[in-house]
Design a protein around this ligand. Sequence first.
Ligand code: ATP
Ligand code: MG
Length: 201
Amino acid sequence: MRKIGVMGGTFDPIHVGHLMLAEWAADAADLDQVWFIPTGRSYMKNDREILPGRERLRMTELAVAGNSRLKCLDLEIERGGYTYSYETMEQLKAQYPSDTFYFIEGADCLLTMENWKCPERLLASCTVLAAMRDGASREQLEEKRAELLEKFGGDIRLISFPQLDISSTGIREMLRKGASVRYMIPDSVRTYIEEKGFYRE
Ligand code: ATP
Ligand code: MG
C-alpha cells in the first residue's frame, strides 16, 4: 500500500514554496510520492486571467522532473470546466483503491476549507496535511482544525513548515516589473517563462 500526497494548485507559476511543501509533507507523513495536480479552472480564481492549463501543466512537469518522489498529473486539466478537490480525491481513491491519499495544502487553504465544495467528502477521502503560511498562527490553525473536525469529521494534521513569503501572485508581479525571480522558481521553469514571454507587461 502506497501513501500518496496530492498537491493541488493553480501553479501559475509553480515556485519553490510548492516544491518545498511537497518535500516537507512527504517527510512528515512518510509519503512514497507526491502528485502535483494543476487545477483546470478554479472557481476560487475567477477574478483574474490564469495561463492555460497546458502551460501550467508544462511548467509543473519541468519543475518536478528529476525528482523521483514527485509526479505531475493532468487529470484536472483534462477534465475541463471547474474542478473541485473532493472530486479529484474521490476519483483517485476509486482509481487506486489500494493506496492511501493525503491532501497537502497551505494555511490559507485550511482557513477557507469550509467554504469549498463538499468539504465533508474531501475529508472522507483523504488525510489533510496543512502547513504554515502567511503568518497564520499555530493557535489559529489549531482552532480551525478543531472546528473543521467537529463539523465534518476526518483527519487533519498540521505539519511544520518555515514561513516563506513567496507566492505565485508575488512572482507574477515581479516578472511584470522585470525583477529577477531566480532561485524562487526552478531554472527550467524560469527559462520556459522567458522563452514564452509569460507574465510580461
Ligand atoms: P496565487 O498567489 O496565485 O494564489 P500561490 O502561491 O498561493 O498562488 P497556489 O497554486 O494558489 O499558489 O497554491 C497551491 C498550494 O500551495 C496551496 O495549498 C497553497 O496554500 C500552497 N502554497 C503556496 N505557496 C506557499 C508557501 N509559500 N507556503 C506554504 N504553502 C504554500
Ligand atoms: Mg494561492
